[in-house]
Design a protein around this ligand. Structure first.
Ligand code: HEC
Length: 670
């Protein structure tokens, strides 16, 4: 019940504030110019009835805003204290919310705005005749500014205020733009409908012209409002949902999609008003005040009310959205049996798809506009263009369509780090080696008897599957039933451990193919995180990578210690060029040159995955800031030859220039 109460309070608050702003905007930007245009060539036109109704609407909005504001405060107090509504009120929790939280500060500020708006309403429209037009105008314009502040301040109660730093400011500004856009459009619908009712009641040529002028002005402002809504909405969606999986995979994202759908439906009605009905009001026959005009006006009024109802539904969703965790912060469950992996497409195919996408978008908008304006033949033509674009897009898109599972976009619940891989190696030996083989090459003792050959888990192909795909298979087994699922024998975290292990092993095999030249890799082989100690100070690889690329030297006692001495000597110079060096020994050497760090014994086998058996005792790996291996040298073997200091300095600059991958929006590792 409390949840419903909070959503209802927020919905009414949004609706009432938008209506209050819309009322003032209508008075200043539509009604007064529309009436003034009439007044210049004839006597003044006044309608006390309309003025009374508009004032009543404004007062009702203000009262509703105050009541719902109080309800919202009570609901927040109840949620914060974890007590039922009545108890939270009785114990004065609301006082703490008011004085100690940002919500409270914002609430008080808005209460102040509401009080000033009441003063403007007292001095405003109803008393116009007694005080003179200029006092009336001043009150209306002040009211408009205050109502804008009241509406924009709602952004502080939203998710925007919770985004830290400069992006947070952008998010906040986008939120405000979004709210004001809603005010310009949705907030002016009811006042416009009231004006149209009054015009029809009067039914003369003067009112026909006023109705026409008001509707035209409304159209312009509503278009501006929709553009503001869109601009703010796109930024918000990026911040809060961030990715397609987050949009379709979380409750938050699906509600957001429902909101966008309702918004588009509202836009279709608006398009009919704008493109078909508004021009009819301007036709000469209509200007004379004929029946066609009043029919169009009647439809306009009905549509405005329909738009306002849809708008209210959108606001109800907004009311609920504000209290759900945003999509970017919860694990998305993928609802479709397929997904599109754009990364597998060639740049040419991607460009073609982008062009077709833009074309389809333009065609779709033009199609709706033509249908709304009543030119059905053009709409048919555009529908054909749209279908053609979709058909043409299917061909390049098809290879990127892959099977997907509910967990496909899960981020690993256990970080890709040595301790997890150590666990995973044991679990692998006990559960998987029978079929996939001790080394993962698909040649386990049971493999020969199986109807399907077990996959070679050391091939680069493993990285074509997302960690979430692997999680699904290890949990549920493969479709053909040959490989069983392990949900019953391993906890979810253990399944992630096995996955981290097979990914690390495949990365190690992949790394052996990476040459001594820094090159962009099609598939990246990432080194798992691990902890080490140097001169008594603890550190981790991931902390180190935050400051720049790292040269990781893996060596066995057989490696010439002279080489480590050279690296130690070059270390300050390399560090000045942004390259940090750490060396890890398979067995702890008797003397420790400064580049050598100590690691726990159980981490050594994990790092050994990244050494070829015949590396001559030393493998050097250059890691970019993502932890991906970018260059690989060995002391012996096919590509023997270790880098000297000059090569390393040049490579360090190149590696530092590799951009850090944006953190995945789909989920967080923790
Ligand atoms: C009973 C034998 C068997 C066991 C036990 C087994 N697998 Fe498999 N696994 C297979 C077979 C057979 C396939 C190929 C099936 C297919 O293509 O549908 C396969 C496929 C896979 C794949 C898909 C690879 C790809 O690229 O398509 C992964 C990943 C995998 N196994 C991981 C594991 C892990 C991890 C374990 C241990 C937790 C495990 N398997 C245990 C038989 C087994």
């Amino acid at each position: 019940v409390d949840w419903f109460f909070l959503v209802a309070a927020r919905t009414v608050q949004f609706a009432a504030t938008i209506q209050l702003f819309g009322g003032f905007a209508f008075a200043c930007l539509i009604a007064s110019p529309a009436f003034a245009a009439r007044n210049s060539d004839a006597g003044p036109v006044a309608s006390p009835r309309l003025a009374r109704r508009l004032a009543a609407l404004a007062w009702a909005s203000l009262v509703l805003a105050l009541l719902s504001g109080a309800a919202w405060l009570a609901a927040v107090a109840a949620t914060m204290s974890g007590q039922p509504l009545a108890a939270a009120l009785a114990q004065g929790v609301w006082e703490i919310v008011l004085t100690r939280t940002q919500f409270g500060t914002d609430w008080l500020l808005r209460l102040g705005f509401a009080g000033l708006i009441a003063v403007c309403l007292l001095l405003g429209p109803g008393r116009a005749r007694r005080r003179g037009a200029s006092a009336h105008a001043a009150a209306s314009w002040s009211g408009l500014l205050l109502a804008a502040a009241l509406l924009a301040a709602l952004a502080w109660a939203g998710h925007g205020a919770a985004t830290p730093g400069a992006p947070g400011d952008l998010h906040l500004v986008a939120d405000m733009l979004h709210l004001l856009g809603a005010g310009f459009w949705l907030g002016m619908l009811l006042p416009l409908a009231l004006l149209l009712v009054e015009a029809r009641r009067r039914g003369d040529a003067v009112w026909a012209r006023i109705a026409g002028a008001a509707t035209r002005r409304f159209s312009l402002l509503a278009i501006a409002g929709v553009l503001m809504l869109l601009a703010g909405g796109i930024v918000n969606t990026w911040f809060l949902a961030g990715s397609v999986p987050a949009l379709v995979g979380t409750e938050y994202g699906r509600l957001l999609l429902a909101k966008i759908g309702l918004f588009l439906a509202t836009l279709v009605i608006a398009a009919v008003n704008l493109l078909r009905l508004t021009p009819r009001l301007a036709e000469p026959a209509a200007r004379a005040g004929g029946g066609a005009l009043w029919r169009a006006a009647l439809w306009l009024r009905r549509n405005a009310l329909a738009e306002a109802s849809l708008g209210l539904a959108v606001l109800a969703i907004v009311g609920a959205l504000g209290i759900l965790p945003p999509g970017a912060h919860s694990e998305p469950g993928w609802p479709l049996p397929f997904r599109v992996d754009v990364a597998t497409l060639s740049p040419g195919a991607r460009l073609l798809l982008a062009v077709l996408g833009v074309l389809s978008g333009v065609a779709a908008v033009a199609l709706v506009a033509s249908a709304a304006a009543g030119s059905y033949r053009r709409a048919g033509l555009l529908a054909a263009v749209l279908l053609l674009c979709i058909g043409a897009g299917w061909l390049p898109l098809r290879p990127a369509i892959e099977r997907a599972y509910p967990t496909s976009f899960y981020a690993p619940a256990v970080p890709y780090a040595a301790p997890s891989i150590v666990n995973g190696a044991v679990l692998y030996a006990n559960n998987c080696a029978l079929c996939h083989g001790a080394n993962g090459e698909g040649d386990g003792p049971a493999a020969a008897a199986l109807p399907v050959r077990p996959a070679n888990l050391t091939e680069a192909h493993l990285f074509a599957h997302s960690p979430g795909d692997l999680f699904w298979w290890v949990s549920r087994g493969r479709d053909n039933g040959v490989m069983p699922g392990f949900a019953a024998v391993m906890t979810p975290n253990q399944r992630w451990d096995v996955i981290n292990f097979i990914r690390a092993r495949a990365a190690g095999v992949l790394a052996r193919g990476i040459g001594p030249q820094i090159a962009p890799a099609a598939v990246s082989a990432a080194l798992p995180d691990f902890a080490f100690e140097r001169n008594g100070i603890q550190g981790t690889l991931s902390q180190m990578l935050k400051t720049g690329p790292v040269l990781l030297v893996l060596f066995a006692p057989g490696a010439p210690m002279a080489r480590l001495a050279v690296l130690s000597e070059a270390q300050p110079r390399l560090a000045a060029d942004g390259l940090q060096v750490i060396a890890v020994a398979a067995v702890r050497p008797s003397v420790d040159p400064p580049v050598v760090v100590q690691v726990a014994a159980e981490i050594v086998p994990t790092l050994a995955l990244f050494r070829a058996p015949n590396d001559g005792g030393e493998t050097d790996l250059l890691l970019d800031r993502n932890g991906d291996i970018r260059a690989h040298w060995t002391a012996a073997g096919e590509t023997a030859g270790l880098p000297d200091a000059a090569t390393l300095v040049a490579d360090a600059r190149r590696a530092a220039a590799i951009p850090v991958a944006a953190p995945s929006h789909a989920g967080h590792a923790q």
